[in-house]
Design a protein around this ligand. Structure first.
Ligand SMILES: [Zn+2]
Length: 176
């Protein structure tokens, strides 16, 4: 239910966390919040723990959000299909039309839901939170492999006006 990462940017009450692992996006419940770009995976979180850049933190969502996600992802869609079929059967008495109505409602719902979800994320209404601080300090993640490293021991390269940090020469050279 949580991921670890390093705080890389602070913006008022929001923080950007670089997630440690680079792969396994699929099936990760945070993938919709995650910004995958050159330099790794970034995730925007609420900063309720007053963390600083370089802290190793745990990010996650509170139980309430997970429950809501279950309602929106499963319960409402199933209800919509059932309602669509019942209405279709009552009005047209045709199983095919009822079925198509149910499916249309479902597709419409997901389109609207996606739009609202985006809006919620963009306005920062539903975003993950910092659940805990694992280590205070001068940490960062390798922009190439995603490993947690000390800023002091890392190799710094400038890339399109951004300072990027790497764990090794190999990783720095691989990144371009
Ligand atoms: Zn690396």
């Amino acid at each position: 239910m949580f991921r670890t990462g390093v705080v890389v940017k602070i913006d008022k009450n929001k923080v950007t966390v670089a997630l440690e692992e680079k792969d396994e996006c699929e099936g990760c419940e945070f993938s919709r919040f995650c910004n995958v770009s050159k330099g790794g995976r970034r995730i925007l979180c609420n900063n309720k723990k007053n963390v600083k850049v370089g802290d190793l933190v745990e990010v996650g969502s509170k139980g309430k959000n997970i429950l809501l996600a279950g309602v929106f992802n499963f319960l409402i869609p199933i209800l919509l299909v059932v309602v669509g079929i019942i209405i279709g059967l009552k009005i047209w008495k045709s199983e095919l039309i009822s079925f198509l109505l149910g499916i249309s409602l479902l597709i419409l719902y997901f389109l609207v839901f996606k739009f609202i979800d985006r809006w919620f994320i963009n306005t920062g209404r539903i975003i993950p939170e910092i659940l805990g601080v694992l280590e205070l300090g001068n940490l960062t993640v390798c922009a190439s492999c995603g490993k947690t490293i000390r800023r002091g021991d890392s190799i710094k390269r400038e890339f399109e006006d951004n300072d990027l940090f790497f764990c090794s020469d190999e990783c720095a050279n691989r990144f371009n």
